[in-house]
Design a protein around this ligand. Structure first.
Ligand SMILES: Nc1nc2c(ncn2[C@@H]2O[C@H](COP(=O)(O)OP(=O)(O)OP(=O)(O)O)[C@@H](O)[C@H]2O)c(=O)[nH]1
Length: 463
């Protein structure tokens, strides 16, 4: 270009000082004649790397047909040498980062001048607002946690298309991480990671959860944290992993949010911001889910033993009994009551009494089958529902429970073993007409009989 404002200031000088990226191309041949400094700074391309404007659009556009399908129709809507509307599009820079551009052109003589405004920051802000409101709506509607986490992960991947993200959930009981969401990672990788222990040198996530701090691994193949997982990461095509612990509003560990890269990479300031945003969103979703879960547990489970509580036991009894009547299937119940429990409390203290109740629940669950339902229906009173179980078999199960309990013990604060026993009453469904309260009542009467017979025994009304 040879346009000059006066002898010393050329149009190039002016364009080079504008902050807006500019390209000048020949209106007929499309040959790129000039790019300004702001353009090179933003996209990374110099003039000598750009042949024609259409070939450049093909190179940086989001699809191969971007120029004929989007740019050409838009150009034809322009008149009097300028575009009438801004065109918003997503372009890839030379180093593959993504930019959101709002562009226009004007025609001066034979030169088409393109103005490419970088609106990435606005786009990101809008997208994040949208993602946040979608997520909050899902939280309000109590959508499934994996679905909510998928929304967050996909949002981050949309903002940063060269990233693969995952959320792992902290399992406090087993001190490990469980898969929450990893929709773009290979299944074999997600399967291998599901259940990894929290600890030092357990990849980026296991370590981040252990030290409760962000862990940036720029090159997995040489980092000690990944020593035991390098082959797995290689198979999955993962070269870098940045992981952030997800913390609750009280600072408790809820899980980890990870961004993986397929080439060794260091995060930028913007990446740090992105990780922070993702962790915050995930924290809201997980914390809300955990609160709801705790409320549900309170409604259905006994807080001391973790067994079903009285209300939910009776409800499930109704359903199982109805089913058994319909299918003409056998069904039995066992009532259990700790013997001389008042004495345990008086002698060893209420805390030791609580330990006895917890131990009794554990011992019983280790003997019962998957389909059996055990409940704490009162202070030291328990009931077990045994679907598909004839009376004789129920008596055998109750006797097995009795022996196991008799042989078990808990240790109190002074390391003294506390032994205890339990009495059992058994009743079974007979015939087609049967009601839950009558069935439980018969088991209760049998239990009373066992207590009267000297305790620590199994009885039914039939024997
Ligand atoms: N530690 C503890 N004690 C409880 C709990 N719920 C009820 N109890 C106690 O359980 C005891 C029940 O006493 P009793 O009804 O006299 O029965 P028992 O001493 O077991 O006597 P028998 O049933 O005749 O063998 C009472 O002392 C209650 O305070 C609980 O959640 N924790």
């Amino acid at each position: 270009m040879n346009n000059t404002l006066n002898e010393s200031v050329s149009l190039e000088d002016v364009l080079d000082t504008t902050p807006i990226p500019v390209i000048c191309s020949d209106a007929v041949t499309g040959q790129v004649q000039y790019v300004n400094k702001a353009f090179t700074d933003l996209f990374g391309f110099h003039l000598n790397e750009m042949a024609t404007i259409d070939s450049w659009f093909v190179k940086v556009g989001s699809t191969a047909k971007f120029y004929p399908n989007v740019i050409e129709p838009w150009m034809s809507t322009g008149h009097q040498g300028a575009s009438t509307e801004f065109l918003n599009a997503t372009f890839f820079c030379k180093w593959y980062s993504q930019k959101h551009i709002s562009m226009r052109f004007s025609l001066i003589g034979n030169t088409r001048i393109w103005y490419l405004h970088d609106v990435t920051d606005y786009w990101v802000a809008e997208e994040r607002l949208r993602a946040r409101s979608v997520m909050l709506e899902m939280v309000a509607k109590s959508s499934a946690l994996p679905d909510i986490l998928d929304v967050i992960v996909k949002q981050i991947q949309k903002e940063n298309p060269m990233s693969l993200c995952s959320v792992l959930l902290f399992d406090k009981t087993n001190q490990c991480l469980r898969l929450g969401s990893g929709p773009s990672l290979p299944d074999f990788y997600n399967d291998a990671i599901d259940g990894i222990k929290v600890g030092l040198n357990v990849g980026s996530c296991g370590t981040a959860a252990h030290i409760n701090e962000r862990v940036i691994v720029e090159n997995i193949s040489i980092h000690p944290y990944w020593e035991n997982f390098t082959e797995l990461a290689k198979q999955a095509g993962l070269a870098a992993c940045w992981s952030d612990p997800i913390l609750s509003s009280k600072g408790e560990l809820l899980g980890t949010f990870a961004i993986y890269k397929q080439v060794p990479s260091a995060p930028t300031e913007k990446d740090f911001e992105l990780i922070q945003f993702a962790s915050n969103l995930a924290s809201i979703a997980i914390e809300n889910f955990r609160t709801q879960e705790a409320l549900e547990n309170m409604a259905y489970f006994d807080h001391l033993t973790g067994l079903a509580n009285r209300g939910s036991f009776f409800q499930q009894c109704e359903t199982v009994l109805k089913d058994a009547i319909e299918k003409k299937a056998p069904l039995s119940v066992i009532m259990m009551d700790v013997d001389n429990f008042k004495r345990v409390n008086d002698q060893f203290g209420h805390k030791a009494g609580d330990l006895v109740l917890q131990k009794l629940a554990q011992t019983s669950l280790s003997i019962l089958r998957r389909q059996d339902l055990m409940s704490r229906i009162g202070g030291e009173e328990f009931a077990v529902l045994l679907p598909l179980t004839e009376h004789e078999e129920a008596l055998v199960i109750a006797e097995r429970l009795r022996v196991a309990v008799e042989q078990s013990a808990v240790v109190d604060g002074k390391h003294q073993p506390i032994h205890y026993t339990v009495s059992f009453g058994v009743a079974s469904k007979a015939g087609a007409s049967c009601f839950v309260d009558r069935l439980l009542n018969r088991a209760d009467k049998a239990l009373y009989k066992a207590k009267a017979a000297g305790k620590n025994c199994v009885l039914s009304l039939d024997r």
